[in-house]
Design a protein around this ligand. Structure first.
Ligand code: FAD
Length: 421
């Protein structure tokens, strides 16, 4: 995404810049947060333009979980059938293999919802689906290959953005600009928002293993520990998606130990993968995710709001990043549609979005941090297997307590609904 900064003097050069484009809301970033907000605003008649730096939605390095909360929101706008046509791949909860015993702390089937499962939809397909729906509304525009590099700053605050496309530099003027441009947010940097960082104790290698004839399909995420490593296995239908957690900063050591050592370690944790790991032959098959978690103390300034990963990068524990980005988008649509349609957007409107979304974010980040420090860090430091304390196993058998973690995973700390005007 690195692009040369454009000096202001070039922007006033009429030969190089197209005439200013106008919109009510300019959303930077066509990820789950940005696309969902674009769709929700457009269906209410707000003029909205989404700018996405890439040429398509296809990326290797993406999550693909649609939690019950997202499915309920899609249901509210009549899109659940459509999204279920994209995939039938469902997960009902995680199962941890600890010291030879299976521990299944969460069963979504006990939750009070029409969609008691996580639907696994490749993120590219999900985003294409949202884009196709949004395009049905005349007030919606999506520009791909639009790499935003600057904010247009006016007397009253941010008034739009500058972006580079294949045909040169452009600017778009907007009453409200949304930074939904993910964990490395350019908008966050341009607006000088400084996130507070926490450093989870792990990094993750992300790779695929083939589904072999005879493999049974699994409707649970399987997790296992061993030799100071943690393995999470997701069934993607025609392949297994693997997240292999290592202590932070140890990637070079893992590489130096060699591919055979990685294969051996995987099989130690998951013996059924003895044949599968033979397909791992090159480090290019593994992406390294440097795990990070952060949140901005302030998400807004006049004319500008951050949502999703741009405002708060979630740790991978529980896989809630997409859920939280989409929930931010729903709250932003609830709060901002009226001002966008009928009056100026005031900074207190933007503050209201942060007020509703910040505390659920902080609580879940605190919980993730507890899981990381109490369970994951010790499993990664400890060569022996992880032991789930008896009292924890017991608490998941007590009816009044046992569904709380499932509800938090499914809906976040606060169940978010779309408010129809
Ligand atoms: C390997 C991996 C696995 C993950 N697995 C899961 C999972 O299983 N479940 C889960 O819930 N979450 C998962 N996550 C996290 C999840 O993907 C994010 O939390 C979520 O995508 C955040 O959505 P977003 O819309 O805020 O940002 P993003 O999805 O990051 O989207 C931001 C968009 O902005 C675009 N952009 C960036 N800069 C610019 C610019 N200057 N101009 C224009 N466009 C720009 C990017 O191209 C991108 O499309 C995973 C993340 C990773 C890296």
């Amino acid at each position: 995404m690195a692009a040369a900064a454009i000096p202001d003097v070039e922007l006033s050069d009429a030969g190089r810049i197209d005439p200013s484009q106008q919109t009510d809301c300019c959303i930077v970033g066509g990820g789950p947060g940005g696309m969902m907000l674009g769709l929700l605003l457009a269906r209410r008649g707000v003029k909205v333009t989404v700018l996405e730096a890439h040429k398509d939605f296809d990326r290797e390095f993406r999550g693909d979980t649609l939690h019950p909360s997202i499915l309920e929101i899609l249901d509210q706008i009549g899109l659940t059938e459509g999204v279920h046509r994209l995939s039938q791949n469902k997960i009902y909860g995680p199962t941890l293999q600890t010291s030879g015993r299976a521990f299944s702390p969460v069963d979504f089937r006990r939750l009070n919802t029409r969609f008691p499962y996580i639907l696994l939809v490749p993120q590219a397909k999900f985003l294409e689906f949202l884009a196709a729906e949004a395009r049905k509304y005349p007030s919606f525009r999506l520009r791909m290959l639009a790499n935003v590099t600057g904010l247009i700053q006016g007397e009253d605050g941010v008034q739009g953005v500058r972006y580079q496309s294949t045909d040169g530099w452009h600017e778009i003027r907007a009453r409200l600009t949304i930074g939904a441009d993910g964990r490395f947010s350019k908008i966050r940097q341009l607006a000088s928002f400084e996130p507070i960082k926490t450093s989870p104790p792990m990094d993750i290698l992300w790779f695929r293993l083939p589904h072999l004839p005879g493999d049974e399909h699994s409707d649970r995420v399987r997790g296992g520990f061993g030799g100071g490593r943690l393995l999470a296995v997701f069934d993607r239908g025609d392949y297994w998606q693997i997240a292999y957690a290592i202590p932070k900063g140890q990637y070079q050591q893992v590489r130096a130990a060699g591919m055979e050592s990685l294969q051996k370690s995987i099989v130690e944790i998951e013996p059924t993968f003895a044949e599968h790991v033979e397909s791992l032959v090159d480090w290019h098959q593994c992406s390294l995710l440097s795990v990070e978690s952060n949140r901005c103390p302030v998400w807004h300034k006049p004319g500008l709001l951050l949502i999703g990963d741009a405002a708060h990068v979630m740790s991978p524990v529980g896989g809630v990043g997409i859920n939280y980005a989409v929930q931010d988008a729903v709250v932003a649509a609830n709060v901002l549609t009226f001002p966008l349609l009928h009056r100026e957007v005031q900074e207190h409107d933007l503050a209201e979005v942060q007020r509703q979304r910040e505390w659920p974010t902080r609580i879940i980040q605190k919980l993730q941090s507890l899981v990381q420090s109490r369970l994951i860090a010790s499993a990664l430091q400890n060569e022996s297997n992880m032991i789930v304390p008896w009292w924890l196993r017991l608490s998941f058998k007590i009816p009044i307590l046992r569904d709380i973690p499932g509800r938090i995973l499914a809906f976040g700390i606060k169940r978010v609904r779309l408010e129809e005007p």
